[in-house]
Design a protein around this ligand. Structure first.
Ligand code: NAD
Ligand code: ZN
Length: 360
């Protein structure tokens, strides 16, 4: 069993997490707490029975089900949960267990952190994306209108339990979506990890563990140094300035990209920009792009989308004043924050993306 110390909570990972959850909830502070498990339709079906079977303390827990899907990561959906929490007479001695993917840990963390000025919660991520990324680092929140994650708070879970067994019911595109964040971790932080990633195919659960552990270490190390994203944490935004805009436009067009699919596109464009203005070499550009397009499908961009994308990016909360802020790569494993670039270069990056020889 691996255990990582984060700022002031633990991340448990390995084969014995169910007993670890039991032990955790048996701690004096939680022994008599009301336990509330938040699930969505899928985690209720695929994950909750396993959790209840293996963690006896939770068998008496109250269950709150939310609707699944990014379009339900809204304040209106929070209201429904807050109403249920009131109905259940939840108080600050209660504890919320978020059982789900990144959408659920984001909304569940936010709802818990704002209810009665904050009640404790733990995260049990059930998607690869939530395991390597969303459930760690204390960012919680919801989308607002068309804009991603505009309302939220930094708030840390009491613990995170990573149970790779839950990955078995995920489909390939969900795994691939997380793979984009895994690629990102290597590109911004660890050249050796990039070599590992390049040389293995993504399939078995064993393989997931080989990715989950290094990725969690990287994310955890970065967020522990800079929990409030003042400096080094911004490195994690690589691929996200443009990626979030792709994600938003795809929702508008009614053919929604998964978060990681959009981030893979964003990383392609931002790798191109890195080559143009941040010193990334031509050979590294080629190496990164050819690996990404080996796995991800193309997304057809029309010329008229380009300005809409730039418009969306200018609303991104990572930007200061009028400049669009990027994290770019100086080389593989080394990222530089707070870079800005001209609109024309961003358009050039969209053109570059549109002409890539995708294999899928
Ligand atoms: N807070 C952060 O630091 C952070 C970081 C990255 C991403 N995010 C957020 O995470 C979200 C994306 O995460 P996600 O891809 O996990 O999304 P998600 O929670 O929407 O899960 C994707 C789908 O998988 C289903 N699902 C979850 N676990 C399952 C399982 N074990 N078996 C079968 N189906 C299952 C869900 O019901 C959903 O339909 C976005 O909202 C993004 O903004 C947050
Ligand atoms: Zn992301």
């Amino acid at each position: 069993m691996e255990k990582f110390k984060s700022e002031n909570y633990d991340i448990y990972l390995g084969k014995l997490q169910f007993p670890q959850i039991e032990n955790f909830l048996q701690k004096k502070v939680y022994q008599s707490s009301k336990k509330i498990i938040i699930v969505d339709e899928n985690t209720k079906h695929f994950c909750l029975p396993k959790l209840l079977k293996n963690v006896k303390t939770l068998q008496a827990a109250n269950i709150i089900e939310i609707k699944n899907g990014e379009k339900h990561k809204t304040i209106d959906d929070c209201k429904l949960v807050w109403e249920k929490l009131i109905e259940l007479k939840t108080d600050r001695n209660s504890i919320v267990i978020n059982l789900g993917g990144g959408m659920l840990t984001d909304i569940g963390g936010f709802v818990s952190s704002t209810f009665k000025r904050g009640i404790p919660f733990i995260n049990i991520p059930t998607t690869l994306l939530a395991m390597v990324d969303a459930s760690i680092g204390g960012k919680t929140g919801v989308n607002f209108g068309e804009l991603k994650n505009q309302i939220g708070v930094f708030s840390k879970p009491m613990a995170v339990f990573i149970i790779p067994e839950f990955l078995k019911s995920l489909n390939k595109s969900q795994i691939l979506s997380a793979y984009a964040e895994i690629i990102k971790h290597a590109l911004i932080f660890d050249e050796k990890y990039w070599e590992t990633i390049k040389n293995i195919e993504i399939h078995s659960t064993d393989y997931y563990l080989n990715l989950i552990i290094p990725s969690i270490k990287i994310k955890n190390e970065i967020v522990s140094i800079d929990p409030y994203e003042k400096n080094v944490r911004k490195k994690l935004n690589f691929g996200h300035t443009i990626g979030h805009a792709f994600e938003t436009i795809s929702h508008k067009k009614g053919k929604a990209l998964l978060h990681g699919e959009a981030i893979a596109m964003g990383m392609i464009c931002e790798t191109f920009i890195s080559h143009k203005i941040a010193g990334l070499s031509q050979s590294e550009l080629k190496e990164i792009i050819s690996h990404i397009i080996k796995y991800f499908k193309p997304y057809i961009l029309q010329k008229q989308d380009f300005n809409t994308l730039i418009e969306i990016m200018s609303h991104d909360k990572k930007n200061s004043d009028k400049e669009i802020n990027f994290t770019l790569l100086n080389s593989i494993g080394k990222a530089e924050i707070n870079k800005t670039c001209k609109k024309d270069l961003i358009i050039e990056a969209f053109e570059f993306y549109s002409h890539l020889p995708f294999k899928n």
